[in-house]
Design a protein around this ligand. Structure first.
Ligand code: CU
Length: 136
């Protein structure tokens, strides 16, 4: 009898629980293509080159060739560093060399600007530099 009453109570409460808003929005996942060969002018690039994320979001890098995704100063951004409103994260992650067909994922919890590039050869100068903005 007691079990039956409990079952009834749960049945009555279920719609209320389902209607309650989530305590916080679920973290999102953002995909970045690294050197996609299907896009000739972006085969030495990150697509998209700018990702706007929220704290707790995960970035998944999909490698189409041997590259790295490494935070650090971009060429020519030294001037921007002083005027950037967002905090710069220059040592946040380094995938190391990742081969084609593999992924590297990183979850970013701190708001700010994550400048990153590929540190192989002259790939950075060839266009492999990009930005993730985590808006807090
Ligand atoms: Cu590269």
């Amino acid at each position: 009898m007691r079990a039956l009453a409990l079952g009834f109570a749960l049945l009555l409460l279920a719609p209320i629980a389902l209607a309650l808003p989530a305590p916080r929005p679920a973290a999102a996942t953002w995909d970045v293509e690294v050197g996609p060969p299907s896009l000739p002018f972006q085969s030495l690039g990150f697509t998209p080159s700018v990702v706007q994320a929220a704290p707790g979001d995960t970035i998944v890098f999909h490698f189409h060739g041997s590259h790295t995704a490494t935070t650090g100063l971009d060429v020519g951004t030294e001037a921007a560093e002083g005027s950037a409103p967002a905090e710069l994260h220059l040592n946040a992650f380094d995938s190391g060399t990742v081969g084609a067909g593999n992924t590297f994922r990183v979850t970013l919890t701190e708001p700010g600007a994550y400048l990153y590039y590929c540190k192989l050869g002259n790939h950075r100068n060839m266009g492999m530099r990009a930005l993730i903005l985590v808006n807090g």
